[in-house]
Design a protein around this ligand. Sequence first.
Ligand SMILES: *Cc1c(COP(=O)(O)O)cnc(C)c1O
Ligand SMILES: [Zn+2]
Length: 428
Amino acid sequence: MTRLECARCARVYPVDQVRYVCECGGALDVIHDLESLRPALSRALFDQRLRGAPCPHPTPVSASGVWRYRELVLPVRPEQIVSRPEGNTPLYHHARLSSWAGLDKLYLKHEGENPTGSFKDRGMTVGVTQARCLGARAVACASTGNTSASLAAYAALAGIPAVVFIPAGKIAAGKLAQALAYGARTLQVDGDFDVAMRLVRQTCDALGVYLLNSLNPFRLEGQKSIVFELLQGLSWQSPDWIVLPAGNLGNTSAFGKALVELSQLGLIERVPRLAAVQASGANPFYQSYLGGFQRPVTVAAETVATAIRIGAPVSYERAVRSLRSTNGVVTQVTDDEIMDAKAMVDSAGIGCEPASAAALAGVRRLVAEDVIRADQQVVAVLTGHLLKDPAATVAYHTGEWPRARYANPPRSVPAEVNAVRRLIEDLL
Ligand SMILES: *Cc1c(COP(=O)(O)O)cnc(C)c1O
Ligand SMILES: [Zn+2]
């Protein structure tokens, strides 16, 4: 039977109980009974589901890149599922980006190509489905932006009211627009993400509102499917490394759990190493890593990559476990490195938001430091869409970002044909 289990003291709770943390304060995991699932699950089963999505009327269960792996996500009846559907994101391979990173072969798993433009959809389809199963009156989250955009969309789809807490003035335009447009009750909190997070935790319980922060263990179950899908995309042959940006550490936690489960089920032969990348101005996990994970660190976070501007990561303990079980590493990159990496991804015609580019910047740094070898196979996860943060992109290209190495500024030209011709000649 699927159950909730404390990551710290191993105490067990039923999945249909509204509970976000253990009585001891530890984070909870959704635990599946892998031994009893083992005979039914195989690469062939998942491959058949991938090929077999019936057209023209696919159901969430057949069409979603999350619910394809439903036995390892959440056992629910198909009619309970709230799905766009999400997942089925591309795995790009791009020669110029590979060589910029210093690698023979780099893959980019683009989670920004989910329905609302970030990987948060993979967690939210599960979280809102669970909220519906629990009969929640409303759902809520604190967010640096993408979580609120995704929650707002899935709640609207399910017909459940959503309340989102966002740090005033610290959210990218695309994300705020989505929360408002999808109809979420949007509270702009006078404080940073960490303040908003504390407030939402203090208010939800009293009001019977279901909390869907990354603390929520069901969201992490959905996010595991990034790893399931990327491995399936590589014909179940493990890469050497999976590299991802790290903020609240939900994905870092989910990735490690996914890899351990796949390995226990015999679906992969080798566990790839995880590399979590932080912005140097928001690097509490990196600092803990340098100290051998003796203790969690808290910082006042500041970075252009708003999606990872987190000073007190919610999923610290579960992420440490992921790093240990995958022989993982943590690194940090500067905002300049992030924005230059973003410009590379963007000018390849792929595009991503700043936090996502931390993954590519991190690969480049780890190759330069000889942690990753040039001949190793690496998958970097791009977490969010280019259009999420237009202000950062425009600032980079128009000279407001002083150290931009790859700026592509717009040019002014008089409305006169010879001047236009001369300018185009110059530019080509
Ligand atoms: C949420 C988010 C992250 C950070 O993921 P965590 O699970 O909080 O570590 C990174 N990039 C984007 C685009 C995000 O939306
Ligand atoms: Zn406990």
